[in-house]
Write a protein that binds this ligand. Structure first.
Ligand code: GTP
Ligand code: MG
Length: 440
């Protein structure tokens, strides 16, 4: 198939609250509670966002034939960008022979329909583009099931009154399913397929949790590499484990988690996990369907947050990753920050970098800083050594019990008078949090 020609449309206004991945009410309440707090989170500008869309489009295999950045106070409810602008864009897209119009913003079902009426190209929003990349990159059965489910759930509400046009679309970006199968567009079939996928995912999940239980009967700490897409997690993973997982300049190269054993300088063995990368405004449906693979992160004894120190967007990307970690409720786990790709920094800047207790500068490609990183991991794990304890926790203490489920190895459990008595092995940092319920 010939490379698809994409025309990009960016919008310059703050994304509406609806798009914020944190529950907006909670965030608003927080902002109101601390009015003096500066807007601490670095934000992507419209230009930077468009730049990211460009990378995403290329990762999906498109050729970029034009782009436009429109400034507006607020979105136009009918067409997002306004009727006049839309006609102008339709003309520009036609004269550059574009197959695809890519919006750097999510479109409602009716916006997408209204835009399609005016332009003679397929219209795709940022979420559909990301889903399409996931669809072509997913390799394991579970990953493929999850992507297809997310695609169908995103598509379903957008089908109203357009079945025929959609089914005439043919293949291409935005219509591809995992393994290059084409997505169904019949509502009834989609609903049946969704139910089927949900069942399959449940089955796969059960098998995986059995495997994990088996794995955990051997006491080895898991260390999870997390970070923005393209930060270099897989490259670092390979450098540390001598493995050969896919490293690629394309975004979302890794979708399926990989685990490998590594020996630390102290001879302690750990399991290192490489995970799916994060991105700003990751579609909700995807976050929940990928939760299963992110369980690895939730069970980890230590989180290693990898960032691309050479990217001008490093701070913004870090803030996004921190937010996802908060959502996964792992924000207060022991964490090490790895600033990767220091080889790309000007030598003057590189020389001024200093590691500290929580931060290590490395180059996964050149092998710089890797020994320090392994030492640091060793150190954190030995400070947070597990010990065997007895606990008495009232059943109403859901949060404490959840923390325990996530981080402890439980040997015995007994229910008595509305409380749980447990014998478990837990890391020092968790023991401190649960000290109220420790039985001496
Ligand atoms: N110069 C330089 N490039 C690096 C370094 N580490 C990774 N890269 C490059 O950055 C790109 C992305 O690397 P990956 O390891 O695939 O990134 P990732 O974080 O696994 O990305 P996803 O799986 O897509 O989330 C590749 O082209 C790597 O070669 C580094 O230390 N220096
Ligand atoms: Mg990767």
């Amino acid at each position: 198939m010939r490379q698809e020609r994409a025309f990009l449309v960016g919008l310059d206004y703050r994304p509406s609250r609806r798009d914020s991945r944190l529950t907006s009410g909670v965030q608003a309440a927080r902002d109101a509670a601390s009015p003096s707090r500066p807007t601490s989170q670095p934000k992507f500008s419209a230009e930077e966002s468009l730049e990211e869309l460009r990378d995403l489009a290329i990762s999906a295999g498109a050729e970029i034939v034009g782009e436009i950045l429109q400034h507006r106070d607020k979105p136009d409810p009918a067409t997002l960008i306004g009727k006049g602008k839309l006609e102008e864009i339709a003309g520009a897209a036609a004269s550059s022979d574009a197959d695809l119009l890519l919006f750097d913003h999510d479109l409602t079902a009716s916006q997408q329909r209204n835009i399609e009426k005016v332009v003679n190209a397929r219209v795709i929003d940022r979420t559909q583009l990301i889903l399409d990349i996931f669809a072509t990159h997913a390799r394991t059965r579970e990953g493929q099931l999850q992507v297809e489910l997310a695609q169908l759930e995103y598509m379903l509400p957008r089908l109203a009154g357009r079945g025929i046009e959609m089914s005439q679309l043919g293949g291409g970006i935005g219509t591809r399913g995992p393994g290059e199968t084409q997505l169904e567009t019949d509502r009834r079939k989609i609903n049946r397929r969704i139910r089927h996928l949900q069942q399959q995912i449940e089955n796969v999940r059960r098998i995986r949790s059995q495997q994990r239980q088996r794995r955990e009967s051997v006491p080895v700490a898991t260390v999870a590499l997390v970070g923005y897409t393209n930060a270099g997690k897989s490259t670092l993973f390979n450098a540390l484990t001598k493995a050969t997982v896919l490293e690629s300049p394309r975004m979302f190269a890794t979708l399926d988690p990989t685990l490998r054993s590594v020996a630390l300088p102290s001879k302690r063995k750990i399991l290192l996990s490489d995970t799916v990368g994060f991105i700003r405004n990751l579609p909700h449906t995807l976050v929940s369907s990928f939760r299963a693979t992110l369980e690895e992160v939730q069970r980890a004894a230590l989180i290693v947050h990898v960032s691309d120190a050479s990217s001008p967007l490093s701070a913004e990307q870090d803030a996004q990753v921190d937010e996802v970690l908060k959502e996964l409720e792992v924000a207060n786990k022991p964490t090490l920050h790895v600033k990767n790709k220091v080889d790309l920094l000007p030598s003057k800047q590189r020389d001024s970098l200093r590691d500290d207790a929580a931060t290590v500068h490395v180059s996964a490609v050149k092998g710089i800083g890797l020994t320090t990183l392994l030492d640091r991991i060793d150190q954190v794990l030995s400070e947070d050594a597990p010990s065997r304890v007895r606990l008495h926790i009232p059943q109403k203490e859901g949060k404490a019990l959840a923390m325990l489920e996530a981080r402890a190895r439980i040997y015995a459990r007994e229910y008595k008078d509305g409380a749980v008595e447990l014998e478990a092995e837990i890391p020092e940092s968790l023991a401190r949090k649960l000290k109220t319920w420790l039985v001496s």
